[in-house]
Design a protein around this ligand. Structure first.
Ligand code: TYD
Length: 212
């Protein structure tokens, strides 16, 4: 195992499809900038040029056969490049890095959804992330039926085409991870909330941690 290193300026957003991560990341970015902070918004998969290619391969809803192991390793390849090329250099400069999905997605989707062992995923996550762990993760939880409806309004990809049972497993796995790491992972339920109400809750978490 690579030694774990926790970064205070690294904030990740997680959750099932349709929880509103990208909207909330955009709002938080504006909020942090209004407080005079440097902010970088990024995502996995697809935070680098190579990652953009990998993202296209993994998410294509078309008829390209991708086995579960191949899928897992493509996510990890995307992550290794992203951490080294984008995230670590930004953190070294003191920039806040807001990342749409990170290691918890791999636990939720590849352990909860695809059935890989947690030990294997922890090992691979640690390797591809160079041991980097965010100090704060915001979990935007949503009932999967509502989330999927919200998500498919925007786009359809290979994961959005999965069954309701698959998405229920993802959601439950996220909730389990949150219970096991409540200090790092802050849970916000978005099922019946407006975008503004969710933003207020995100800002409260940020104020308590960074501006108290
Ligand atoms: P994306 O369009 O970014 O999803 P969303 O808009 O819901 O964030 O697609 C990323 C998909 O990849 C999403 O369905 C979750 C999945 N994923 C994994 O299965 N494992 C991973 O490690 C990561 C980072 C994402």
């Amino acid at each position: 195992m690579v030694k774990k290193s926790y970064s205070g300026n690294f904030i990740t957003f997680e959750g099932p499809e349709g929880g509103g991560k990208s909207t909330q990341i955009h709002r938080l970015s504006e909020y942090l900038k209004s407080k005079g902070k440097q902010v970088l918004v990024t995502r996995e998969p697809g935070g680098t040029k190579l990652g953009g290619e990998i993202r296209g391969m993994i998410l294509s809803p078309y008829d390209i056969s991708i086995g579960d192991r191949t899928e897992l390793l493509l996510f990890q390849a995307d992550r290794a490049q992203h951490i080294k090329e984008i995230v670590m250099p930004a953190l070294k400069k003191g920039t806040f890095v807001l990342c749409d999905r990170f290691i918890d997605s791999t636990v939720a989707y590849q352990v909860g959804g695809r059935g890989f062992s947690r030990d294997l995923i922890d090992y691979l996550n640690n390797f591809s992330a160079y041991g980097l762990v965010p100090e704060l993760t915001i979990l935007l939880d949503v009932d999967y039926e509502i989330g999927i409806k919200r998500a498919t309004k925007i786009a359809t990809d290979r994961f959005e085409n999965e069954s309701s049972a698959f998405h229920a497993l993802i959601r439950n796995t996220y909730l389990e991870i949150q219970k096991s790491e409540p200090d790092r992972i802050k849970l916000i339920n978005t099922t019946n909330s407006t975008v503004s109400f969710v933003s207020e809750q995100v800002q409260k978490v940020i104020n308590d941690k960074y501006f108290a």
